[in-house]
Write a protein that binds this ligand. Structure first.
Ligand SMILES: *[C@@H]1O[C@H](CO)[C@@H](O)[C@H](O)[C@H]1NC(C)=O
Ligand SMILES: *[C@@H]1O[C@H](CO)[C@@H](O)[C@H](O)[C@H]1NC(C)=O
Ligand SMILES: *[C@@H]1O[C@H](CO)[C@@H](O)[C@H](O)[C@H]1NC(C)=O
Length: 517
C-alpha cells in the first residue's frame, strides 16, 4: 500500500503562501458565499427577545430582537426589574437584563414541533443584584433545563463574560412557558436573563422519525432513538478544520459552530484540507443539516502512512457525568485523490470504544462532494463523585489491506446531552479561586476562540488559477462584505458554544455553597 501520492508533498511545498492565504481569508469568504442567498431552512417560529430592553433592537448581523415586556413576560409578577449592564458593551442581547428575587416566567405561542431554546447570560452586578448571588432554576414544562444554576461560576469557568445555552425541546401543544426560579434556600439569590430565542427546527433534524431504525448506541446492543419526549442540550458544535460559523451564517436556525483546535489532543501531524470550489451535493442528507462551509473544510491525519498507522487522531470534550450523549459526525470527501469506496477507510472510536469499524465516506455518500452524517449515542457513567469527565472521539486508519490510503477524515461534530427523566441539569463548576475575566473587558472584546495549536498545512486541492481568482475576488469584494465579516466574527465570539457545559449543583449540595462566597 502506498502512502499519499507524491503530488501531495510537492503541492504542500509549493503552496505554503497560498495555503496561509486560504486559511486567513476562509472566514470572510464563507461569509460572503452565504450572504444574500436564500437559507436552506426558514423557521416558522423565530422569536428573539432582548430581555429588559425598552425597545426593539437589531444586532450587528441584522437580526431583530424584540423587547420582552409587552407580550411575552407574565405580568402578574410585578417584581421583576430591568437593568442595563454596567459596561458599555454594545452587543445585543447583553446590554440589558430582566432580574427578580422571586419567580417569573415567559410564555410563547408557537406551532407544535421541535424548537431550539437559547438562553443568553451576561452575569455581572446589576444595581443591587450582586453577580455572585445569581443562583436559579429554569424549567420548561416538565423539563429541568438548569438547576441552582450559578451563572457567574459558569462564566468564570468558561473565562468568558457572556455565554449562551442551547436546548432542543419538542412542543406538543401551542404553548411554551419558561419559568425562572431563584434558589429558595439562599436569602439573596435572584434569577436573571439577558436574551431568549425560540427557533423552529425541521422535525427530524435531530429527533428520530417514526420509522427510523435508530443508530449505534456505543457499547450497547440495542440501537438508540431520539424520542419526542426527550430534551437535548447542545454541548459542542464544531466546524472541524475550519473557522467558526456565526448564527447568521447557519442554514437558517441560528446555530453557532466553533473551531476544533482547542479540543484536539494530538493534531501535530494532522492536515487541514480545504476545497472552497466544491458545491456539496445534498443527495443523502437535507441541505439544512449544516452550512456548506462545514463540508468544505476537514481535518485528516497526515501524509505519512507510518505515522498515521501509529496514532489515533483524538478530540476530547469535557461533559457532565451521568448522562447519555448524542454524537453526530459530519463527513464529506472532497479531495481529488479520494473517489472510490475503499480509498479511505478508517475506524471511529467514541469514549475509547469502536463505534465504527469501517467508516468509508465515499460508500456512505455514493460519491465525492456528497455530505453525510452518522449518529451515535454514548453513555457517560458517573464514577464515584466525579462531576465531569472527558469523552473522546478518535480516528484511526483501517488495516492496510482494507484501505488504499491509511488516513481518516472528519468535517464536523455536534454533541448533545440527552435528558434523563426530563432532567438536563448537571453540577455547577467549582468556584475558581482567582476571578479570571478582566472586568474591564466588554462583551465585544471577549476572548475569542483563537487558533492556538500549530498552524497546520493546508492541502491545496486548489489550482493556482483558483487561488488567483480567489485573490481577485477578495480584493474586489464590496466593502460592505468586509465589514460584514468583521461583525460576524464579533458575533461568533459572543456565542461561545463550548460554553454550554456547566450546570448547577443538585439540591443536596446547597449546604456546601451557602454564603461561602
Ligand atoms: C434546499 O433543498 C430544498 C429541497 O431539496 C430545495 O427546494 C431548496 O431550494 C434548497 N435550498 C438551497 C438554499 O439550496
Ligand atoms: C514517515 O515517518 C517515519 C517515522 O517518523 C519516518 O521514518 C519516515 O521517513 C517518514 N516518511 C516520509 C515519507 O516522510
Ligand atoms: C458581592 O458578593 C461577594 C461575595 O459574597 C462579595 O465579596 C462582594 O463584596 C459583593 N459585592 C458587592 C458590590 O456587594
Amino acid at each position: 500500500m502506498k502512502s499519499f501520492p507524491k503530488r501531495y508533498d510537492s503541492l504542500q511545498k509549493k503552496l505554503p503562501i497560498l495555503a496561509l492565504f486560504h486559511l486567513t481569508f476562509l472566514h470572510s469568504l464563507t461569509i460572503s458565499s452565504d450572504d444574500g442567498w436564500p437559507k436552506p431552512y426558514s423557521p416558522h417560529d423565530n422569536i428573539a427577545l432582548d430581555c429588559g430592553s425598552t425597545g426593539n433592537n437589531t444586532d450587528l448581523a441584522g437580526r431583530s430582537w424584540l423587547l420582552d415586556g409587552t407580550i411575552y413576560l407574565d405580568q402578574s409578577n410585578k417584581v421583576s426589574v430591568i437593568s442595563s449592564s454596567p459596561t458599555k458593551g454594545d452587543s445585543i442581547p447583553y446590554r440589558t437584563a430582566r432580574l427578580s428575587r422571586s419567580q417569573f416566567s415567559y410564555s410563547f405561542r408557537v406551532t407544535p414541533g421541535p424548537k431550539f431554546i437559547r438562553l443568553h447570560f451576561y452575569p455581572t452586578s446589576y444595581q443591587e443584584f450582586n453577580r455572585s448571588n445569581a443562583f436559579f432554576d429554569v424549567h420548561i414544562g416538565r423539563y429541568f433545563l438548569l438547576r441552582n444554576f450559578g451563572a457567574a461560576l459558569t462564566a468564570d469557568d468558561l473565562k468568558s463574560e457572556v455565554f449562551s445555552r442551547e436546548f432542543c425541546i419538542n412542543v406538543d401543544d401551542q404553548k411554551l412557558n419558561i419559568l425562572f426560579t431563584p434558589n429558595p434556600f439562599m436569602p439573596d439569590s435572584y434569577a436573571f436573563i439577558n436574551g431568549i430565542e425560540i427557533v423552529s427546527m425541521p422535525n427530524n433534524l435531530y429527533y428520530s422519525a417514526e420509522d427510523d431504525s435508530g443508530f449505534n448506541f456505543v457499547n450497547q446492543v440495542k440501537p438508540y432513538h431520539i424520542l419526542k419526549n426527550q430534551a437535548l442540550e447542545t454541548v459542542y458544535r464544531l466546524n472541524i478544520g475550519g473557522s467558526s460559523i456565526s448564527p447568521a451564517q447557519d442554514t437558517g436556525m441560528y446555530r453557532s459552530w466553533s473551531e476544533d483546535d482547542d479540543y484536539l489532543t494530538n493534531g501535530e501531524h494532522s492536515v487541514l484540507p480545504v476545497n472552497l470550489r466544491m458545491n456539496p451535493s445534498f443527495s443523502v442528507i437535507p441541505n439544512y443539516s449544516s452550512p456548506v462551509s462545514v463540508y468544505r473544510t476537514a481535518r485528516t491525519m497526515g501524509t505519512n502512512k507510518t505515522v498515521n498507522e501509529n496514532y489515533r487522531l483524538t478530540w476530547e470534550f469535557r461533559v457532565d457525568s451521568g448522562f447519555t450523549y448524542f454524537v453526530r459526525l459530519h463527513f464529506c470527501e472532497f479531495q481529488v485523490e479520494i473517489t472510490e469506496p475503499g480509498d479511505r477507510v478508517f475506524q471511529i472510536y467514541i469514549d475509547n470504544i469502536v463505534a465504527e469499524p469501517q467508516a468509508d465516506v465515499i460508500s456512505w455518500a455514493g460519491g465525492r462532494g456528497v455530505p453525510v452524517y452518522r449518529d451515535y449515542a454514548v453513555m457517560i457513567g458517573r464514577a464515584g463523585t466525579e462531576k465531569k469527565r472527558n469523552v473522546s472521539i478518535a480516528l484511526h486508519p483501517a488495516p492496510a489491506w482494507r484501505t488504499k490510503y491509511s488516513d481518516a477524515i472528519l468535517n464536523g461534530v455536534e454533541i448533545f446531552k440527552l435528558s434523563n427523566d426530563g432532567n438536563l441539569a448537571g453540577p455547577n463548576p467549582d468556584r475558581i479561586p482567582i476571578r479570571p475575566p478582566d472586568s474591564s473587558l466588554s462583551p465585544a472584546t471577549m476572548p475569542h476562540n483563537k487558533r492556538t495549536t500549530i498552524f497546520p498545512i493546508v492541502i491545496g486541492v486548489f489550482s493556482g488559477f483558483a487561488a488567483l481568482s480567489l485573490l481577485c475576488f477578495l480584493i474586489f469584494r464590496p466593502k460592505s462584505r468586509v465589514e460584514g465579516s468583521g461583525s460576524s466574527e464579533g458575533s461568533s465570539s459572543r456565542y461561545p458554544f463550548r460554553s454550554s457545559l456547566w450546570c448547577p449543583f443538585s439540591y443536596k449540595d446547597y449546604s456546601s455553597l451557602d454564603g461561602s462566597g
